[in-house]
Design a protein around this ligand. Sequence first.
Ligand code: PHE
Length: 461
Amino acid sequence: MRINWSCCRQLVSIQKLLKVRAGGLHTTTRQLSNSTQARNEEGKREDSIEKDEWTNVTATIERLTHRKLLSNPAHPLSILRDIIFSKFPEREYTRANFPNPRVSVYENFDSLNFAPDHIGRSKTDTYYLNKHEVLRTHTSAHQVESFRVHPTPGFLVAADVYRRDEIDRTHYPAFHQMEGGRWWSPEGMSSVKEFVAKIEADTAKIPVSGIKIVDDTLPFHDGNPRQDGQSPEVCIALTNHLKRSLERVVGEIFENIADGDPSATKEPLQIRWIDATFPFTSPSWEMEVYWQGDWLELFGCGVTQQRVFEQAGHPERVGWAVGLGLERLAMVLFGIPDIRLFWSEDPRFLEQFTPGVVNAFKPFSKYPGTYRDVAFWLKDGTTPEQFHDNDLMDIVREVAGDLVENVSLIDKFTHPKTKRNSLCYRVLFQSMERTLYNDEINVLQDNIRETLKIKFGVELR
Ligand code: PHE
């Protein structure tokens, strides 16, 4: 789903009215050793990468892995993380920290039941350090370890994640997610009924959100099945706990906006559950919010696959997990119009925010953008489908970094006689911080064209 974020600017007025105060933000975090850190303890340098034919991490991406935006408590992403964390009791949910985004293919995919041919594993979508290691594509990479080690029945993780992606105002190859999980063990229970009653009692403790959330989904059905071996009562009890926990978080966040938003009465806030599919949960759902004309995905979640608990060494447990992207929600809440701003080191951005407070971002003047087209013939015998957009995106990022707001394919053409294929991409240059000069843009454009020629053997037009 593509979202038009141009509407975000209008939010600013709403945001002025909005002040969310989050209590108890300064939580303790446990440092965990993921497998990479364990290896580091054995003396291997953290940054040593054994390259092979899978390696596709670029220098630009590597630099982003050192930025650690979430360690600044006054960064809007940290403020949002802390607000969300504050809705989960600390004695029940351990806050875990995984500072190193470098994880094994096992942690990111295999442990989570991803099929060997799952599209998410492809080199066009994922940054590989080598055949065995990736930059985590989601915080779910830490589910197994988190379910394995914590003394509490729940955990929360927030971290940077990486995906090869297009370039526009809502997509960036590095972004942030938070993961949550909660488990129960039937040990010591005399019956399923008693076990279900325990889960239901925990559900009853969660405050009910006052906001209306549409739920037309079924507890489970053929298209979104209950797991073999899990009783319907347990599956439903887990689902209720999951949905109530997440409705509370979203409800309390959006309730504040709705209160302060004069347009909220004209267009009531709509939030809904829909069915989803993930390899590591079943049944699974997503929550979406209708925001200025589009359904915007807030998070994915579901009843944890037993295979995950088996991998974690606790096959008897049952539970749920959720994964939530922080950037989109932060864009809505703070009225931040472009995802690149989160990475800005400009004090005019960073100095606008205070820990614990959601305030409206005040845009600094918008500097004019200007575009250049990059057109080329693909190598003989190469179809447009064989040339992947993300390969061009990474070249653009290497050459021009955050000076590019958007890259889009504007023309695709097959020569009627020679059958050669031509592509044309439009690159929109625009800085968040200053005016760009034509001369420097021309140099960048030439550089992008030359790199394309060298790397992909294209013929420039
Ligand atoms: N990891 C999933 C994603 O990035 C989200 C998710 C997390 C879904 C946990 C279910 C449970 O899309």
